[in-house]
Design a protein around this ligand. Structure first.
Ligand SMILES: [Fe+2]
Ligand SMILES: [Fe+2]
Length: 149
């Protein structure tokens, strides 16, 4: 039987490591936001709990898409999340979420540029799409935070 051929696109180990960093933080925030959705409190919590759930689901979809891409490129997607911080008050939760979205935006800007430099158009395209959604999440969380002061 013929050996399975590798991907047409070859990328650096450095880019593959960045994709794994992205997966680790997507799994982190997927769990973090879902648990915040479960543990919300107070009247203001009632208003944001559904938003937390829907963003958590989007993050899990990001983890899946990035894992698919990394696996295709010949890497092994990590199963380990970055450290999860749920928080005990709603303000603490949303403050953390704003920070985590900032981390995502900075990392994904780097991945977009790196993938472009390595002529990996698909990874470039994937991360431009995801980046747009992370900017939306960041916007949502900063808006929610204004109401919590
Ligand atoms: Fe995400
Ligand atoms: Fe996000």
């Amino acid at each position: 039987m013929a050996e399975k051929k590798g991907p047409v696109v070859k990328v650096s180990k450095e880019l593959m490591d960045m994709l794994n960093q992205a997966i680790a933080r997507e799994i982190q925030v997927a769990i973090q936001y879902m648990w915040q959705h479960v543990m919300w409190g107070g009247v203001k919590g009632f208003a944001v709990k559904d938003e937390l759930q829907s963003i958590a689901v989007e993050e899990m979809k990001h983890a899946e898409s990035i894992a698919e891409r990394l696996y295709y490129l010949g890497g092994t997607p990590t199963t380990k999340p970055d450290p999860i911080f749920v928080g005990s008050t709603l303000k603490e939760m949303i403050e953390q979420d704003v920070k985590d979205e900032e981390v995502a935006i900075r990392l994904y800007q780097k991945i977009v540029a790196k993938a472009k430099a390595e002529n990996d158009e698909t990874t470039n395209h994937l991360f431009r799409d995801i980046l747009e959604q992370e900017e939306d999440h960041h916007d949502t969380f900063t808006t929610l935070l204004e109401d919590l002061d």
